[in-house]
Ligand binder design. Sequence first.
Ligand SMILES: *Cc1c(COP(=O)(O)O)cnc(C)c1O
Length: 376
Amino acid sequence: MENKKLVMIPGPTPVHQSILKAMSEETASFKDPGFVADFLSVNRDLKEMWKTEGEVFVIAGSGTLAMEMSLVNILSAGDPVLVVSHGFFGDRFVEICNYKNYDVDVLSSSWGQIVPLEKIEDQLKKKDYRALVVTHVDTSTGVKAPAWEIGKLLKDKFPDVLYILDGVCSTGGEKEYIDEMGVDILFTGSQKALGVPPGLAILWAGPKALEKRKKLGKISDYYIDFDKWLPIMLDPSKYFGTPPVNLIWALKEALRLIKEEGLENRFARHQLDSQAIQSTLEDMGFSILAEKNCRASTISNVLYPEGIDCEEFRKALVKEGVVVAAGLGEYAGRLFRLGHMGNIDRHTISSVLAALERTLHRLGRLEKSPRFNPRW
Ligand SMILES: *Cc1c(COP(=O)(O)O)cnc(C)c1O
C-alpha cells in the first residue's frame, strides 16, 4: 500500500475525521432553522472562547481576505499605520496598506528575530498612528511576536492606537484572549490551527473597532464591510452573501473538539509538542531559524545542515510519506517549514520525526543510525 501522506505544511493542516464527517452532511438552505441555530452557536462560541465583548465575522474567503477586512473597517486613505513585520506576511500587510493608500511605516526584524518592544514604543511616539499591525506568528520565519506585551504597551501608553493582530498561523494554537490582550481586531483562516479545510475567514472585532467602524460612515469596500455582515452574524437567517454552509458545520465540529480538549490545554499541548519537535530536530543536526525567545508553537522553520539540497530532501521525505513546505523569500532553498498546529496527535508527530530522520539517513547525512529504521 502506498504511504498515506502526512501533510505537515503550515496550512491546510490535517483535518480530523469528525470534521470531515460534519462537512459531508447534505447541504441545507442557509435559512434552514437547524443551520441557523448551528451558525449562531458557532458565533457565540467564537466570541466566548476567545473572550471578547465585541463581535465575530465568519465569511467565505481565505486569510488574506481577513487581512484586508481588518484594515478597511477602521482606516481611511491617508491614515498613518505602523506595521511590525517579522517576515513575509508582515510584508504582505505593507503591500495591502499601500494598495489602500494608507500612510504606512514599517519596523522590520532580521528573519528569525523580533523587533524589540522599545523600538516599537519609540516609533509610536513619532506619529499619531491610527493602528498598529502585528502578525502573531509569521509563517515564513516561525517567529512569534510578543503579542501580549505589545497589547499592554498600547493599553498603557497609546490607548488611541487600534491593535490589529494577524492570527492566521496562531489562533487555536497560541494563547490569545482578545479583550484581555488589548487586541481590537484578531483574525484567522479556517485551515491553520483550527484544523478546518480552507475557505473561511474568521475575524473578531472588539468594541473599540466596532465603534471606529461606525465613525467612518460609508467605506469603499463592499464584501468585507462590517456593516454588511453584522446583521447576518446576529441573525443568520438574513441574507447578504450565501454562507458556506458545510464549512460552517466543519467549524462547529472543530470548536466542539477544542471545547472537549479545553482551549488552555490546547495551548499547552502546542507548546509541549513544539518544544519536543524542535529539540529532536536539533539533535538530528537541523537548526531552527527563530531565536529561542520568539519560537512559535505552531510551526518550525528548519534550516538544513550544510550541503543538503532542499528539493532533493523534500522529494525523499515525500517517499517516506511526509509533505513539508519550502522556505519563502531569502530562505527559499535553505529551510523547510514544518507545520505542527491544529488537530495533530502524537502518533503523527512521532511518524513525522522518524521519517525526517530516515530521510537524513538515506541521504547519508545522519551520524548515528536512525532510532527507528525497519529493514523492509
Ligand atoms: C497563511 C497566512 C496568511 C494568509 O492566509 P491565506 O488563507 O493563505 O490567504 C496570512 N497570515 C499568516 C500569518 C498566514 O500564516
